[in-house]
Design a protein around this ligand. Sequence first.
Ligand code: HDD
Length: 756
Amino acid sequence: KKNPVSAAAEKIAGKVQDAISPGNELPGAPGSEAPQVEEPTKAREPLPPKHDQTGPDTYSPTGQPTGAPQDRVAQGGAYLTTAQGARLYDTDHSLKAGPRGPVLLQDHHLREKITHFDHERIPERVVHARGAAAHGVFRAYGAAAGITKAAFLAEGAETPVFVRFSTVLGSRGSADTVRDTRGFATKFYTDEGVFDLVGNNMPVFFIQDAIKFPDIIHAGKPHPDREIPQAQSAHDTFWDFVTLHTEATHHTLWNMSDRGIPRSYRMMEGFGIHTFRLVNAEGATTLVKFHWKPKLGVHSLVWEEAQLTAGMDPDFHRRDLADAIEAGAFPQWELGVQTFPDTEDEMFEGIDLLDPTKIVPEELAPVRPIGLMTLNANPSNYFAETEQVAFHVGHLVPGIDVSNDPLMQGRLFSYVDTQITRLGGPNFAQLPINRTHAPVNDMLRDGMHQTAVHRGVAPYRPNSLDGGCPFVAGADTGAYIEVPAEVPAARKVRDAAASFDDHFSQARLFWLSMTPTEREHIVAAYTFELGKCWEPAVKERGLRSLANIDPELCAQVARGLGLEAPEATVALASVEPSPALSQLGRTWPVDGRVIGIVTDGKTGLDAVREARGGILDAGMVPLVIAPTGGELAAGGDPVAVQRTFTTARSTEFDAVLLAGSPAPAADAYGARDAKTDDAAAARTGVDPRVLLLVTEAFRHGKAVGAWGDGATVLEKAGLAADAAGVVSGGAASTVLDGVAALLAGHRAWDRFPPAL
Ligand code: HDD
């Protein structure tokens, strides 16, 4: 009798023999003829997008989601279910041993609900934690088509985008209007893959080498012992670092300028900062710097307004962006490039293009517009989109390459690395907001949160088992091919180019380019921030940096601090100012500007109606402010009250119209400040909250208009009817025209600098 094991072995051996019977040899098997299986010789068509990689939701031109209505509510079906789909009959009571008894461990619904909740939060971004975002579209003019083969920059090409704006230092729940740099990160979902332009609203950076990023951020973040102050730079560690580390001087000056407190995300410039290398179809290269130019102009808050707003409405910028988009006032930016010849020294007019602390003034290299971005849809879900979006400087498309800027080079590592902690693993590209719109055919497999169900057996190359596919592409089939830029023969060193040693000349250039009003704001900002420092040595070092920018700047800040102004330690650079850096002196569209109309709620309502209509016709937003809420109906169509004297504050408005003179309404105060209010009311006969609103608006340089009884408020507030930026008398429409004209210049700049 045969041993059963050897019987099985014989059977198996027989099968193998059958499989390799003549004419059916394994390719290349010893003794066989040439391989019979035809090896693939041409590239397989790209696979269709994975079923879960179809890209984010789409939106109609008016920003309305185009999906089915049932997808727009939190739950799609009629019945509440568990995550496994079992219908629930009660989600308010745990399963207990009797109504008063202990809770049972077997309650799966309780455990599932609480467990999921326990894990709802993910780590916030280590920087740029606080942000707001929107969807939109980018349309290329074609002006860059000669210098880059990037398909999304060809004339008329339309590309969906997602843009996230952010502050740098604050935590996720911090206030929007703090003094800080703002992030301006754009994800282009191009047909050739995702291109991320991860920029800021300032064109320079604190450091020249990425290895110092942890240092600047540790210094700027709250002190590690008490974790204060939140979301601000007015503290010892920030100033300690930026005064010891003088290459931060230029960026710090931008932060202390009005650029550090934008009026709105819609009114910020954006900069790619680093020099990029573009390459066209012929292989010719051009060095460029990217700029975003807002159609509404670059505008800022004033410092007191920013501080008040941080308390009154910490979500001010987030709200402003979402409201404008919802109202159809879609913000727009032109993308532009400054172009430079790709020379061996990578310098332009003596400016090192690899040094991220330097700009190239627009007067030397104009910004050429190459496309228009329109943000036209708000995210549907903050967490899924704004929080989970993952940008990366290394997400590039054919035609756009990096340069050797050492800051950029380090960023190329950091951005993937951080997502692995923040988004819980390496599969973050599969999250809906991060999915490319190009077909994906990668060999990345498995890992935490893998949601693709990959088929086939051969996620490796070369292979024959999946037909030898996928193939690699070439230049003519759309491959991303790095520009074979020359790397000069060099020694391995931890060092920087000598040109990186100039830390002050461009700070001086920026200072000299400012108008007197902007300079006054900068002096006030330095005086405030250094005044908040505790260490005398830090303040003194701060002044030494300023002395190297400009003696007058230094002297004025020193006066405010009550300290001696030191002498400069470097020779002051002789530089040409760049007028393009100033925010003042031009006029801009007023779309989406917010105008408050103060009424007593009883008289002159026709004029209120007329003003509302006129504001809406001009594409601005009217908000009617009355003593109490509800509707004002006297003598015509009802007018909805959007703000009461209790809920309104000047910081919400770009301009204020006074349509009546509201007497104090004692019953409207409630318990709030009753004593103070009564005293002020007795003095003026005007509701003190209205007086506060109008005097604050005036102090912040906002246009104020008044007609009819409204002029009494001006008088009681001590404001001259002919003061700069005050339009008084005449019909409501005439006053509104005057105010709109002032708004085009953003503020009544003649009121600055204020007489203290
Ligand atoms: Fe950065 C986020 C912009 C230098 C490391 N950075 C981040 C964001 C913006 C910038 C806008 C937020 C993106 C979003 O909304 O999700 N960063 C810049 C600019 C820089 C810069 C304009 C200089 C020119 N960054 C920089 C360096 C490093 C990082 C030198 C590290 C060496 N940045 C990060 C990061 C973050 C980040 C830690 C945090 C969250 C994230 O990446 O996704 O990787």
